[in-house]
Ligand binder design. Structure first.
Ligand code: NAP
Length: 250
């Protein structure tokens, strides 16, 4: 991929991994647009990154997604890269939870359905460009679930499966499909699952840029690479590694 002179949308770009991606992509010479729900956080991001465009939009709200796609198509026809980064996780015990179905619906709305919806709406625009890409941010838990975040793990496994299908479906178009798979990262999101032991968000963005440039379609950040090999060699060992009492992985 050409990693400069792109127009890039990052959903959930006002904090942590999305913000680091926005920073590093802007520094690499790209026009970056971010979304998020909280206006104050978007404003803070705009103060940190020169030339950043911010759009208040909730990926879980179907009207917001439709409005976002319409606005991008009208005002940013150069848009050629979409990074689906916004994500949501609920920590709960399947043995004792109340309302598991509702928690799953909320997570799948953000982590899966929002992505399929936005990609479908932006594909016509992306296909007009020769250097175009969709990047879906999944997780190491796509390879084996962490049972403390059961429906989050399921939603990322679904996203991984969808991403494989999307890449194959678009193989004869100009749109390349990437998947960014971080391990545990030290962000707001991961504090309930030992996030302080995770890698910094800046490392995720740096590894992404290097791999993206080389057209590595499935980007295994940090120890996701070793975990992937373990999951192929022994799915049971991979599962056990994430489900020890002290295991912390998102
Ligand atoms: N942290 C980890 O350990 C880890 C590991 C593997 C994968 N990941 C994945 O990496 C991605 C980013 O994670 P993170 O740790 O950086 O998360 P984070 O610290 O919670 O930041 C999430 C960002 O997304 C925005 N956001 C959340 N819900 C949104 C929604 N419904 N619509 C629009 N924007 C929304 C947030 O802003 P507002 O709240 O203002 O909307 C914020 O800018 C997620 O897909 C996550 O699953 C994270």
């Amino acid at each position: 991929m050409n990693t400069s002179e792109n127009t890039i949308l990052i959903t959930g770009g006002s904090a942590d991994i999305g913000l680091e991606l926005a920073k590093q992509l802007a520094e690499a010479g790209n026009k970056v647009i971010i979304t998020g729900r909280n206006a104050a956080r978007l404003q803070q991001a705009a103060e940190k990154i020169k030339g950043l465009t911010t759009i208040q939009s909730d990926v879980a709200n179907e009207d917001d997604v439709a409005n976002l796609a319409a606005r991008l198509t009208k005002d940013f026809p150069s848009l050629n890269i979409v990074i689906n980064n916004a994500g949501n996780a609920a920590l709960y015990d399947l043995a004792t939870v109340e309302g598991a179905a509702q928690k799953s619906r909320e997570e799948f709305a953000v982590n899966y359905f929002a992505i399929t919806d936005l990609n479908e709406k932006l594909l016509p625009l992306l296909k007009e460009h020769t250097n175009a890409a969709i990047v879906n941010v999944s997780s190491i838990v796509a390879f084996a679930p962490n049972s403390t975040i059961p429906s989050y793990s399921a939603s990322k496994a679904a996203l991984h499966s969808y991403t494989l299908s999307l890449r194959y479906a678009l193989r004869n178009t100009s749109v390349k499909v990437f998947e960014l798979m971080p391990p545990l990262v030290n962000t707001d999101f991961s504090q309930g699952i030992g996030g302080h032991k995770g890698i910094p968000a800046s490392q995720v963005a740096t590894e992404f840029l290097t791999a993206w440039k080389d057209d590595v379609y499935e980007i295994h950040v940090g120890n996701t690479a070793d975990f992937y090999k373990l999951s192929l060699a022994s799915p049971a060992d991979a599962f056990n590694m994430l489900n020890k009492e002290e295991a912390v992985t998102a």
